[in-house]
Design a protein around this ligand. Structure first.
Ligand code: PHE
Length: 451
């Protein structure tokens, strides 16, 4: 793509920016009301499905797991058959169909719609992110900025969706909400179709004539250094599962807890529960740049800032966020109306985002540095899987709050676990850094991107 003097970024970036913004709008909009709809009473003005909360969380867990696990076949389809550009187009169509099916008022439509969304996100999400990278040459200084802009697009979509889709779904009709998410996806798909002219040569299918030799290449044993790095990679995936397992309480347990145990009235108005699902994205937009700035300042002052160290700190901070949720749960059980102040939830989400910004933007880069070249694409796919497994873990742990345990116990347990795990990482940081064999040393300015 050509860069002229006026436009710093290739026009294709804006096409991908708006496509992904709308895709995330549909995804996060639907997600914001997913458990609320399933757990809402099946009677009344806006009937839900009337499920037990634990069941709603279990399905939510499968759903949020599968969307990212499907990123693996999504990547394979792009690499082997269609190229990224066409796979994104296919994913977009699947998403439009899925979201529109969700607008129908039956549980069967809900299931079928979810399957389409899972397949659609799997095809679209990993490939559109890679396409952003291919808009720039490897060493183009604008590359990082391009990713940062793209990530802002993601978060604008993720911020506005719960406000609009959540409001319509929760207060008018769940299915109008799902329909609205679908309209968002349709707009995204139209932008993508229209913008094809700006994506010439980006994400096209490149046949690999050497594929037949890959069997031979794969037999070459890993060197000692590569093996050590694989150990660190394995640990990185474990950190990802634990971090997302805590962070992804948001759309599940935290969503249901906010509905029941948080006082959402401001003056005479009541804030819809789903609106709290906007907070992550809101905070990312608000503090994304300052947090990156702080890490850079620390780095300049020679303070340790290896990726593993940051991941440890991020896990601890995320864990600490749960103290405020435990406080809210304590308060709620102490008062007659059973509801605590929303301030605790607002602080918890803030700490979760500080944690996210210490982990998510650097992890992809870390994986590319550690993975042996021949496994690079596979490792990326596995990272998406790890985020998916984290989401399922979140729903299992969150579900315990309604099956034998209480939200207070679950929040406290997550807090203790994350803090201890993070501390353990920090204790072993030097040893683990040795195992990276210098792969993590050339630390550049951190982009504010994560996907
Ligand atoms: N906010 C990010 C996004 O929706 C969260 C995420 C990170 C999702 C990494 C998948 C993988 O894109």
């Amino acid at each position: 793509m050509s860069n002229n003097i006026k436009t710093i970024h290739p026009k294709g970036l804006y096409v991908l920016f708006f496509t992904e913004m709308w895709e995330r709008f549909s995804y996060y909009g639907m997600r914001a009301i997913f458990v609320l709809y399933l757990a809402a009473k099946a009677t009344g003005l806006n009937p839900g499905v009337g499920w037990e909360k634990a069941d709603a969380l279990a399905l939510y867990g499968w759903y949020t797991m599968m969307v990212y696990v499907m990123a693996v076949p999504g990547g394979i389809i792009a690499d082997r058959f269609l190229g990224q550009k066409k796979t994104v187009m296919l994913g977009g169509f699947l998403l439009c169909i899925g979201h529109l099916i969700l607008a129908f008022d039956t549980l069967t439509a809900f299931y079928i719609g979810c399957v389409f969304v899972v397949l659609g996100v799997g095809a679209l999400k990993p490939n559109i992110s890679s396409m952003v990278g291919s808009l720039y040459k490897k060493n183009d200084p604008n590359r990082t900025k391009g990713f940062t802009l793209f990530y802002i697009g993601i978060n604008i979509g993720a911020f506005t969706a719960p406000l609009l889709v959540g409001y319509v779904g929760e207060t008018i009709n769940w299915h109008y909400g799902f329909g609205l998410a679908g309209i968002g996806m349709l707009i995204g798909q139209m932008v993508y179709i229209w913008g094809q002219k700006y994506l010439k040569g980006v994400g096209d299918f490149v046949p690999k004539p050497l594929d037949t030799n890959s069997g031979k290449v794969a037999k070459v044993p890993l060197t000692k250094i590569e093996k050590d790095r694989m150990v660190v990679l394995g640990l990185t995936f474990l950190i990802a599962i634990i971090f997302w397992g805590a962070y992804e309480q948001a759309g599940g347990l935290m969503n249901l807890f906010t509905k029941e145990s948080i006082n959402r009235t401001i003056g005479s108005a009541t804030v819809p529960t789903s609106w709290f699902q906007s907070l992550h994205a809101f905070y990312v937009i608000l503090i994304g740049v300052p947090v990156a700035f702080i890490w850079n300042q620390l780095r300049k002052k020679g303070k340790p800032s290896s990726t593993i160290f940051k991941m440890g700190i991020g896990t601890i901070i995320t864990g600490l966020g749960f103290i405020f949720l435990a406080k809210a749960a304590l308060d709620a059980s102490a008062v007659t109306n059973g509801q605590a102040s929303m301030i605790w939830v607002l602080i918890a989400y803030l700490l979760h985002v500080v944690g996210e910004l210490s982990i998510s933007p650097i992890i992809l880069n870390f994986i590319t540095k550690l993975a042996p070249v021949k496994y690079a694409a596979m490792m990326m796919g596995l990272y998406f899987c790890a985020t998916g497994f984290g989401s399922k873990l979140a729903s299992i742990v969150g579900g315990a709050a309604f099956e034998g345990s209480t939200p207070l116990q679950v929040f406290t347990a997550i807090c203790i676990f994350c803090v201890l795990f993070g501390l353990l990482l920090i204790v072993f940081v030097k040893k683990l850094n040795v195992l990276t064999h210098g792969a993590d040393e050339e630390v550049e300015a951190e982009p504010v991107e994560s996907a």
